[in-house]
Design a binder for this molecule. Structure first.
Ligand code: KIV
Ligand code: NA
Length: 265
């Protein structure tokens, strides 16, 4: 199997096809997912919640992200390896440069940052220095205390327009991907059609180019509240690899997500 790069993802968007993304935090899951057709592995800072049991992603550190990035890199068999920059590790462009260097040297191939227009200079500088960027918009979990909870974003006209402007600013600054979390499906469709770079969605309807789920969620490993956008693929006697493959196939055929997994404005 050939190596997936950002060029692969850009080509998928040009061809109006789809790609699949799952989170991975260790070498075993990375190996299983990357050999099941999954295009992108995300070392998400969701590890603070699903691995560590914390109540948000805010406490996650650079040291923890580097440790898990190395583990996932060791198991990965050709998927693109995306890594989250943790809370406040990119508060200034200078901090972003230094921390991006550590994550890239640990094995990251593209970094994900939460935020819009305020990140223009940072994204430009990272991009110029050889660090591809995914800009995460919508429900950005590192903002949970500022948002006052985990809520669907972009429901009001003004917020929707701001999100569109943020996505365009990120593309102009050199971002290679946008990720939209928990936004109305109609807004995600409009946004995806308004820019040339691929958009990955989670709780953002079926019209984005990529779809991402937390690996534990899509394997039905969930003790508390199950979000509306989650589907369990570990059913019908499948093993874990077959569940990843089913997710990949349903994303690429357009069967997942269905209307019931999305939000309305
Ligand atoms: O940390 C994470 O798992 C994420 C995805 C849910 C998009 O950022
Ligand atoms: Na994250």
């Amino acid at each position: 199997m050939s190596k997936t790069t950002i060029n692969t993802l850009h080509k998928i968007k040009q061809n109006q096809e789809k790609f699949s993304v799952v989170t991975a935090y260790d070498a075993t899951f990375a190996g299983l997912a990357s050999t099941s057709g999954i295009d992108v592995l995300l070392v998400g800072d969701s590890l603070g919640m699903v691995l560590q049991g914390k109540d948000s992603t805010v406490p996650v550190t650079m040291e923890e992200m580097c440790y898990h990035t190395q583990a996932v890199k060791n198991g990965n068999q050709g998927s693109l390896l995306m890594v989250d920059m943790p809370f406040m590790s990119y508060a200034t462009p200078e901090q972003a440069m230094a921390n991006a260097a550590e994550l890239m040297q640990a094995g990251a191939e593209i970094l994900k940052l939460e935020g819009g227009a305020w990140l223009v200079d940072t994204v430009e500088m990272l991009s110029e220095r050889g660090v591809p960027v995914c800009a995460h918009l919508g429900l950005t979990p590192q903002y949970v205390h500022k948002f006052g909870g985990y809520k669907v974003q972009g429901k009001e006209q003004a917020a929707a327009e701001q999100m569109l402007a943020d996505a365009k600013a990120m593309e102009a600054a050199g971002a290679d991907l946008i990720l939209l979390e928990c936004v109305p499906s109609e807004l995600a469709k409009t946004l995806t059609e308004s820019i040339n770079i691929p958009v990955i969605g989670i709780g953002a309807g079926s019209d984005t180019t990529g779809q991402v789920l937390v690996c534990y969620d899509m394997l039905g490993m969930n003790s508390g509240h199950v979000p509306k956008f989650v589907k369990n693929f570990l059913i019908d006697g499948r093993n874990i690899q077959q569940a990843f493959a089913a997710f990949d196939q349903e994303v690429k055929s357009g069967d997942f997500p269905g209307p019931e997994h999305g939000f309305k404005a």
